[in-house]
Design a protein around this ligand. Structure first.
Ligand code: OOG
Ligand code: MG
Length: 267
């Protein structure tokens, strides 16, 4: 698929997204600015964004999938999964503090994450291929943030914003793939001690492993191979929750421990 805007227009949008992500400023939707801004344009902007990050020394460590559960699709009114990239400096340690200073409208969502082995085949075509290529499955919280006002967007615009990436926390007790039933892990989210979200891991495409098959095929279609050793966030299992400075969030994964993050207004 080729993008319908020219390279100059796409680069200008990538610069604006990059600046908004770094400063916590809001952006108009690219689809409101350019009537031809389609999904191919969204991914073209994402690629240019990735190049800008790389040029600044940000290290890519994996991928994120978004809108892979019905709850998330219904919440965001977008019914197609999206992909994006994650970097080492987006990580917040388990039990650590996430600064809200440069975030516009942060939300949290519980996710099952996969850590792949260093040497993997170029294409993971089946669920069995993915499981054989997986070193660990680990509980995670993704902290997402939209650069668009009122957290409202359409598919091409959220893709251009790298699927609302901001931070992630990996924690709890990682397991080998043969130690868990990936369809039935119970997940409870607590915000300041109150239950605010519940899901089973199967809420993500019936089994979050399917996210990785989809991602691998998507990469192959664009002539890229999934990088060995990647960390992959498979998508929020329930509705994302808005958070603000002072909040404490715990995502409890059945048999896999807790992931905890606190939010503060300062670094
Ligand atoms: C889009 C990003 C979605 C997920 O896990 O569904 C995402 C959004 O909701 O802002 O990361
Ligand atoms: Mg997510």
């Amino acid at each position: 698929m080729t993008a319908s805007l020219n390279t100059e227009q796409l680069s200008a949008i990538a610069r604006l997204v990059d600046e908004a992500q770094a400063s916590g400023q809001s952006l108009p939707l690219p689809t409101a600015q350019h009537k031809n801004f389609d999904i191919a344009c969204g991914y073209a902007v994402q690629d240019l964004l990735r190049e800008r990050w790389r040029a600044r020394g940000r290290r890519l460590v994996g991928y994120k999938a978004g809108l892979t559960s019905r709850a998330k699709m219904a919440q965001m009114k977008v019914d197609v999964p999206t992909f994006g990239f994650i970097t080492a400096d987006m990580a917040v340690p388990d039990g650590g503090i996430c600064s809200t200073k440069l975030l516009s409208r942060p939300r949290v969502e519980p996710e099952i994450a996969f850590l792949l082995k260093p040497d993997i085949p170029p294409l993971l075509q089946t669920e069995a291929d993915v499981l054989a290529a997986t070193a660990f499955i680990t509980p995670a919280i993704e902290i997402i943030d939209s650069r668009y006002s009122d957290y409202k967007f359409d598919l091409p615009s959220v893709v251009a914003d790298n699927s609302s990436s901001a931070h992630y926390v990996i924690g709890g007790c990682p397991r080998r793939p043969d130690q868990v039933d990936l369809r039935t892990i119970g997940i409870v989210v607590l915000q300041n001690g109150e239950i605010v979200g519940e899901a089973a891991s199967g809420a993500v495409l019936g089994n979050p492993v399917r996210t990785i098959v989809m991602l691998s095929n998507w990469l192959a279609d664009r002539g890229e191979a999934m990088a060995g050793g990647s960390l992959i966030l498979t998508g929020g299992a329930c509705e994302a929750r808005q958070v603000s400075a002072g909040d404490s969030v715990c995502a409890r994964f059945q048999g896999m421990g807790d992931v905890i993050v606190r939010f503060a207004g300062e670094d």
